[in-house]
Write a protein that binds this ligand. Structure first.
Ligand code: ATP
Ligand code: MG
Length: 353
């Protein structure tokens, strides 16, 4: 029996509502598999936890999480209770950095039964590989003087190691898919980091002669991602560019509520973390209509991560069968509740046996 130990953090808002459904789906998948079992430990770390304890997670929180094979996260943040930067840094960034989750991977695909932002006769299916540890989101810089003499400097940090790691991951992934990688650059405007980024892309690309290399400036790329997403397969991007492109690619699918993401620890020294693209969605909390697909698809990425690719593919197929049958939450034009969508997915998984 293959056991996968999961640290489950439902988090805030719709994260709390969706998580029991998503873990139920994983448990049913494991039953169908026969030789797989998820063992979950639940952690209540959230904004409510912060109000009680003055911190988003306990001091030994990372130690506790390190006992698991992966972390399954819901959504973090409740701006009515705790400032966003406090909740974000106290939990999400703390885990990403502490566990060296240096890559953020997000999958976007035109799902059957869900109307995308722009109708694409050929559909689309792309993955953004985002460098997750450095780049533009560095803490290097400063402010001096004040008033009209004020000067602010914000540096971006690009190391060869982290840049190569992102590129290599993207090329490896491309080999298993359509075979082309697009690099998000801006070397016509950013004169140090982006020419370096381009160089590393070319250098690493030499090891992958069968993978086609494409490069596009971030501004044009952002526009193309909306108008012609079918042109892309793998996109590799820096931290800031990747952050922007992945929100676009989730929106292009039709709802932010369906996008999945993985924060990967590439060398396996710590657990990786799987979380949907969407946030805590305070505007729909308590209505029972949150879309569970983002979290369930995130679970699918986790199955892939643990080598269960066949079941993972079947799971996403079932999700699409369900949306195609019109059983959808309101954000994607349906009338179903979170539980109705999940029940349908679960009953179709059971039919696999
Ligand atoms: P965060 O700061 O946590 O990223 P946010 O305010 O940027 O939060 P979301 O919380 O994702 O973003 O909400 C953006 C919009 O998308 C809201 O209108 C919300 O209701 C909707 N939304 C987000 N997640 C879902 C979901 N799972 N199902 C349906 N709608 C959702
Ligand atoms: Mg957000």
């Amino acid at each position: 029996m293959k056991k996968i130990k999961l640290g489950v953090i439902p988090g805030d808002g719709v994260g709390v509502e969706i998580m029991p459904y998503a873990t139920q789906v994983l448990d049913v998948i494991a039953q169908v598999h026969g030789g797989l079992k998820f063992e979950h430990s639940w952690y209540p770390w959230s904004c409510e936890y912060y109000l009680e304890h003055g911190e988003m997670m306990p001091k030994d929180g990372l130690d506790q999480l390190s006992q698991h094979d992966a972390i399954f996260l819901g959504a973090v943040g409740n701006p009515n209770l705790v400032a966003d930067h406090t909740s974000l840094w106290g939990l999400l960034i703390n885990i990403r950095r502490g566990f060296k989750q240096t890559l953020n991977i997000r999958h976007a695909k035109q799902l059957r039964g869900i109307t995308p932002m722009v109708i694409n006769p050929n559909g689309f299916d792309l993955i953004v590989v985002r460098e997750n540890s450095e780049g533009e989101y560095s803490e290097v810089g400063g402010r001096i003087h004040s008033g009209e003499d004020e000067v602010v400097v914000q540096n971006a940090v690009f190391t060869r190691k982290a840049t190569e790691r992102a590129m290599r991951y993207a090329f490896e992934l491309a080999k298993t898919r359509k075979g082309h990688v697009t690099s998000a650059t801006k070397s016509n405007g950013i004169v140090f980091s982006m020419p370096f980024w381009d160089e590393v892309f070319d250098q690493v690309g030499k090891d992958y002669p069968d993978v086609e290399k494409r490069s596009a400036h971030i501004d044009a790329l952002a526009a193309f991602l909306v108008s012609k997403p079918s042109e892309f397969d793998i996109i590799v991007a820096s931290n800031l560019f990747g952050d922007i492109l992945t929100d676009i690619s989730a929106a292009v699918m039709g709802s932010i509520g369906i996008g999945p993401a993985a924060n990967l620890n590439v060398d396996g020294s710590y657990p990786s973390m799987f979380e949907p693209v969407h946030g805590s969605a305070p505007d729909i909390v308590g209505k029972g209509i949150a879309n569970p697909i983002g979290q369930i698809w995130t679970g699918k990425m986790m199955l892939d991560h643990f080598g269960e690719t066949e079941l993972a593919t079947q799971l996403l197929n079932i999700v699409e069968d369900v949306t195609e049958a019109g059983i959808k939450t309101p954000d994607v034009g349906g009338k179903a509740t979170t539980s109705e969508v999940t029940d349908e997915i679960v009953s179709r998984i059971k039919q696999l046996t």
